[in-house]
Ligand binder design. Structure first.
Ligand code: NDP
Length: 284
């Protein structure tokens, strides 16, 4: 961590769990490399206490935070403004910028996910059939990004079906050219061509977690797992064993983080490279 002094600016991440997060590592590496007197800390914020944590941003003068599981959607209730742009209807944010006491909410997961998909899997979602696992804040960003890119069909599969139905319904109103459907279990799609499966659930975060989908049920498909710790989930292990193109969430982590960093500091040049370099130095 950079040596703090009286002028050090504070940034951080609110989440639960949050101790596994690599965001402090990569943001602190970027602050150091860019010569910015700032530090980035993990804050374990329990569900239901996000309002208090946001009061903390204001009262302590924290300059910016990221949001992770389970706060991305709830955070919409506590920010002052979402800047007018095309991604406003995602209704989930992962980045807060404190500009003179006004808290602005942004979503860098959407572009971060699309960058990772293109660079790591060479995957273009236009005209494709895609299964998204999960219906939380990240699944919302993933499905939004895929629909925006022109996917033909997006199936949203979630443990709590109503949440998947709600997400499909919301996105259908914004993207009439993409068919968005909720499914109760991946088995309902046996026989379908699926070009890409994205895991945006927490299933796989704990070592020993089962895969949220049995890949043997489907023909060849690319796989993107948003989870990056552990580096290889059971889903990714199955995908590699089948010879599928597959990637974990590290590329998205660095891409979305560098976009948040730019919103906070205005610096872009070399930031993502510094973050990726920092990720190489740590054992996940
Ligand atoms: P949310 O809390 O908003 O959503 C969690 C989702 O996971 C819900 O759909 C939930 O289902 C589902 N879920 C939780 N536990 C299980 C389980 N045991 N089995 C099946 N489904 C489960 O979290 P986020 O959307 O913010 O995060 C989801 C994942 O994405 C996390 O693993 C997170 O680390 C990762 N992530 C990675 C990023 C990156 O840059 N690589 C960026 C953002 C997130 P239900 O609705 O039924 O509760």
């Amino acid at each position: 961590m950079n040596e703090p002094n009286g002028m050090t600016e504070i940034y951080g991440i609110f989440g639960d769990p949050v101790r596994h997060s690599l965001s402090p590592l990569i943001h602190n590496a970027a602050f150091k490399k860019q010569g910015i007197n700032a530090t980035y800390l993990p804050f374990e914020v329990k569900e239901g206490t996000l309002g208090l944590a946001f009061e903390g941003i204001r009262s302590l003068g924290i300059k910016g935070v990221n949001l992770t599981i389970p706060h991305k959607e709830a955070a919409m209730d506590f920010i002052d403004e979402v800047p007018e742009d095309v991604d406003r209807c995602v209704e989930a944010i992962n980045t807060v910028v404190n500009r003179d006491g006004i808290l602005y909410g942004y979503n860098t997961d959407v572009p971060g996910f699309l960058i990772a998909l293109r660079e790591e899997l060479n995957f273009d979602a236009a005209g494709k059939k895609i299964l998204v696992l999960g219906a939380g804040g990240s699944a919302r960003s993933v499905a939004f990004g895929l629909a925006k890119t022109g996917a033909e069909i997006i199936w949203i599969c979630n443990r709590t079906l109503e949440r998947a139905e709600g997400l499909a319904e919301t996105l259908n109103t914004h993207f009439p050219k993409t068919d968005l459907d909720a499914v109760g279990a991946p088995e309902e799609l046996i026989g379908e061509r699926i070009d890409l499966i994205v895991n945006a659930t927490a299933a796989g975060m704990k070592v020993g977690d089962a895969s949220p989908v049995d890949l043997n049920l489907f023909k060849h498909t690319s796989v993107y797992d948003l989870i990056y710790a552990p580096a290889e989930t059971e889903l990714l292990r199955q995908a590699r064993a089948k010879g599928c193109r597959a990637a974990n969430g590290l590329g998205m982590l660095a891409a979305q983080a560098s976009l948040s960093f730019e919103l906070w500091t205005g610096k872009r040049e070399g930031v993502r490279e510094t973050m990726l370099e920092a990720l190489k130095t740590c054992r996940i």
